[in-house]
Design a protein around this ligand. Sequence first.
Ligand SMILES: [Zn+2]
Length: 277
Amino acid sequence: MTSKDLLFGTGGIPRSTKGTSSISGIKRIRELGLDCMELEFVQGVRMGEKGAKNVLETANKEEVALSVHAPYYINLNSYEEEKLKASLERIYEAAKVGSLCGAESIVLHAGFYQKSTKKHTFENISKALKELTGQLRDEGIQAVLRPETMGKRTQFGTLEEVLALSAEIEGIMPCLDFCHLHAREGKENSYSEFTEILSRVEENLGKQGLSNMHMHISGVEYGTNGEKRHLTLKESDLNYPELMKALKEFKAQGRVILESPILEEDALMLRKLYNEI
Ligand SMILES: [Zn+2]
């Protein structure tokens, strides 16, 4: 395999997969000539140890790099002890099973502000993630937890918040979701804004921040409260050609996971665009 700066793949198994298993999805990624796939544990971690071992073997054989999306049902700023514990448990499970699959990056939606101030929410989430990364380290589980930049204004996860957590806590790195960054305020959609985002990554995390990126890209429909739904890249106003230019200019390395409704078609289209720059 030739070395590539950016790997392109799909969030979940490609739509054209025959069957519904992660294993058939990984094989389909290889047939399509894509590079990576994100295992969607979004409705809960339902894979056991044996299943994970089979996924690991298939991914190694097919040379497909894997990551994990943790369950959606998480709020690390919950006021109820039970719900906080359950949230931590879900991320822990995703990390444990993910690491058995050979997936190191575990993407997560960290939580909601609810009635808290932004500062207090940050403190609660930071405290929870410190505990959890410590536990994973103690147990020898190879995982990097990646809080995602979020598209709705009620959700914790601005660029600043995600970068600050990553700078502060060992074992935390960002997942930059560019459709969410754009949808949140209707901004972040020009070459200069994209380069500003990448500069901030470098300021907060150093060169490593740019050499170990994890990104989500999709088209998006949005309104005054932010994200409404995902669209294909061509249907949306996302300025993806300029985004690809900025990533190339900054020599960003890592993974680009497509989450648009036509997953693999947009992944192939975007990679072609990126390679032609
Ligand atoms: Zn997500």
